[in-house]
Design a protein around this ligand. Structure first.
Ligand code: SF4
Ligand code: SF4
Length: 466
């Protein structure tokens, strides 16, 4: 049995000006009876450190909105009110609740709990319009984080074999391709424009601790991070191969920005890189309109890993003005099915990025057909970044982020991944799946709202229209 992969989380608060859904306030009529501190299991209410006769200010960061203290206070001294800033952050894709969840996960690495239950809608755009089949949830041996059966979340980068071929004398004829194991189906793909030097070093160290990868433009692989080259994916364009020869030689995986170059050029470019070192090559392409055909052609031309990059809202790129751009969940399904139809799905590893905002998006992207995901903005949000989608996209990092100790940043990223890993285990346990790679393309184990809506009501309304 393989050694159990474990992510070591540790509480790592940041003294940030967070935005909360509700702010909790203690009124002047409080008689300091301490009842609220007894009923709040999250320890949001504590006695003052200097004067224990008085209650300290409530700690809204740890509050889970169960409203128990409000109900139990004999004086009605506690009040929870909607925070106006809460409604302003995010936008149509990045919902305000997502920020609070990501901040909390980075704070303690735990699976978030909401005390008042879920009262939101049960469907929505993108990954919210898809539900996973959790019919195995009652089996104790497959009980997620606490289960007795080992659930393996690792995936492989690189080409796999469909079958082995042997010669007349029993000799192996098939070429065994090199692969690289990643213990979680997540790599980092942070936009470097937002990174201060301390953030870059800390993110690289977090990737190394988690034994995953961080993709960085090759010119950002500076000497202060180069010793972790085993966990860095240097990214470069075709014309810069010679310039980054030294890095390519040392790296385990590299990424080639492919843009719209013809697939027929790929073999000679890959040969040039393979002549320098042994690194696996990711071909990174934007999720444009004809992405399924593009990935098919690249795979036929010999791509071993393709990274399909959507925008930060999980939408396809270059959608014409009069048509709605497709969402990453539909794009990945389309690409995956195209490869399956052409019987070459195992010849390529598919990474998807853009719009992977919450832990549950990772297994959902895999069910749609991705082998693994690349995460971008959640890593910055874990460090307290706020995103505003309107009137135009703006990402604000907290003041003084450049001075936060690297170990704090690293631990918050490790915590975030710890929480996501635990949730992946829970989903897989509930689905009865013990190998993350088996999630890939398992659309039969998911329900897509649009499809059942169409199946159930589509015919009815079509007839009415007629
Ligand atoms: S329960 Fe009410 S009165 Fe008692 S300490 Fe808490 S806020 Fe004050
Ligand atoms: S609402 Fe619930 S979690 Fe929040 S402070 Fe009160 S008792 Fe604690």
């Amino acid at each position: 049995m393989p050694k159990k992969y474990h992510i070591h989380t540790k509480a790592m608060p940041l003294n940030l000006d967070y935005v909360f859904k509700y702010r909790i306030k203690r009124g002047v009529n409080c008689i300091n009876c301490g009842r609220c501190s007894k009923v709040c299991i999250y320890e949001a209410h504590k006695r003052g450190e200097t004067d224990p006769r008085k209650m300290a200010e409530p700690n809204t960061v740890v509050c889970r909105n169960c409203f128990r203290c409000i109900q139990e206070c004999p004086r009605g001294a506690l009040e929870k009110s909607l925070d106006k800033d809460f409604l302003n952050i995010g936008g149509t894709y990045w919902k305000p609740d997502m920020f609070i969840t990501l901040w909390k996960q980075a704070e303690d690495g735990k699976v978030p709990v909401t005390g008042a239950g879920y009262r939101g809608p049960f469907t929505g755009p993108g990954f919210d319009g898809m539900w996973t089949d959790m019919s195995e949830i009652v089996r104790p041996t497959r009980d997620g984080i606490h289960g007795r059966e080992y659930i393996n979340t690792s995936v492989e980068l690189g080409r796999k074999l469909n079958h082995l071929t042997f010669g007349e004398k029993g000799e192996l004829l098939s070429k065994i391709y090199d692969t690289v194991d990643v213990p979680i189906p997540i790599i980092f793909d942070v936009p470097v424009d937002y990174m201060s030097p301390n953030m870059k070093v800390a993110l690289v160290r977090a990737a190394a601790e988690l034994n995953t990868f961080i993709a960085l433009p090759a010119d950002a692989v500076t000497p202060d991070v180069e010793k972790q080259i085993g966990n860095i994916i240097p990214r470069f364009a075709q014309q810069d191969i010679e310039k980054y020869e030294g890095l390519i030689k040392k790296a385990r995986v590299v990424a080639l920005e492919y843009g719209d170059a013809p697939a027929a050029d790929l073999p000679s470019i890959q040969n040039k890189i393979k002549a320098i070192g042994k690194a696996l090559i990711i071909v990174r392409v934007p999720a444009t309109k004809n992405i399924a055909d593009t990935v098919l052609k690249l795979t036929v031309a010999g791509a071993e890993i393709v990274h399909v990059a959507a925008d930060y809202h999980g939408k396809g790129i270059n959608g014409s003005a009069d048509s709605q751009p497709r969402l990453i969940k539909d794009i990945i399904r389309d690409v995956h099915l195209k490869l399956v139809e052409n019987r070459i799905r195992d010849e390529v590893t598919l990474i998807c990025s853009g719009g992977i905002a919450m832990a549950e998006h990772v297994p959902k992207a895999m069910i749609c057909g991705a082998d693994l995901t690349a995460v971008d903005l959640p890593l910055l949000i874990a460090l307290g970044a706020r995103l505003y989608e309107e009137p135009e996209m703006m990402l604000l990092l907290p003041d003084g982020i450049g001075k936060i100790p690297g170990r704090t940043i690293k631990q918050r990223i490790v915590n975030l991944m710890g929480a996501w890993h635990s949730q992946l285990l829970e989903v897989m346990g509930a689905m009865g799946i013990r190998e993350a790679r088996r999630l890939r393309g398992e659309t039969g184990r998911a329900i897509f709202f649009d499809e059942i809506d169409q199946e159930t009501f589509g015919q009815l309304f079509k007839n009415r229209e007629a």
